[in-house]
Ligand binder design. Structure first.
Ligand SMILES: [Zn+2]
Length: 220
């Protein structure tokens, strides 16, 4: 059941570790099957480098466990909240990637300082309110603050990204960290002016229409 999605979600979870976005067992990736609406998600407390596709947890949109040998991630209820509220989304990623998390701890959005940021996100990466862990409150904060973007900083916690599949959500998490790192390091040396809104819009438009072999956005 859902073999392809388990493979994809397992690999995306392992890639979080390889990309340096997570340590230990913190962070997680999930993916939604569009046919059945079942969600494949990382099991709770299992090391990323030991994950196999058959270890993935499978739940329905209301949190009932449908498959997998382990308890699903503690963030499952929040992933499911996002999937219920956003039928267009089929991938959710959560990290505590260090540079982006410094913005989350300070309650500051990541400003648009680089052309990469403008192209990939089209605006500042927003900051949510504080949410307790374990229920769906985190999911509420994501949906409320992510807007039509693909990345949101969770206040005092870390990063959530969304996409039309797990790979695209993972890519948004990677670029969130890259943009936050560049912004943080530049701002250490003094004031840095953010790119003007019209320049950001033009860069985003160019990226969506002209970039690459088959134009896609960070979460498109
Ligand atoms: Zn977390």
């Amino acid at each position: 059941m859902l073999d392809e999605l388990k493979q994809e979600v397992c690999q995306a979870n392992r890639d979080l570790l390889a990309a340096g976005l997570v340590v230990g067992t913190s962070g997680n990736v999930s993916g939604r099957d569009p046919e059945s609406d079942l969600v494949v998600i990382k099991p709770s407390g299992v090391a990323f480098d030991l994950l196999r596709p058959e270890d993935m947890s499978v739940v329905d949109l209301h949190g009932n466990i449908v498959g997998g040998p382990h308890k699903p991630s503690v963030d499952t209820a929040s992933h499911l909240y996002v999937y219920r509220e956003r039928p267009d989304i089929r991938g959710v990623v959560h990290t505590h990637s260090p540079y982006a998390t410094t913005f989350a701890l300070r309650g500051e959005p990541v400003p648009v300082l680089t052309t990469t940021h403008a192209c990939l996100f089209g605006g500042p990466i927003p900051i949510s309110g504080y949410a307790v862990i374990g229920g769906e409150e985190i999911g509420r904060q994501i949906v409320e603050h992510v807007g039509d973007g693909t990345s949101v900083l969770l206040r005092s916690h870390g990063v959530f990204t969304i996409g039309t599949d797990a790979r695209r959500a993972l890519r948004a998490a990677e670029y969130t960290e890259e943009c936050a790192q560049a912004a943080h390091l530049a701002m250490l040396r003094g004031y840095v002016e953010a790119l003007p809104a019209d320049v950001v819009s033009a860069a985003r438009e160019w990226y969506l229409t002209d970039y690459g072999q088959r134009p896609v956005g960070a979460g498109a």
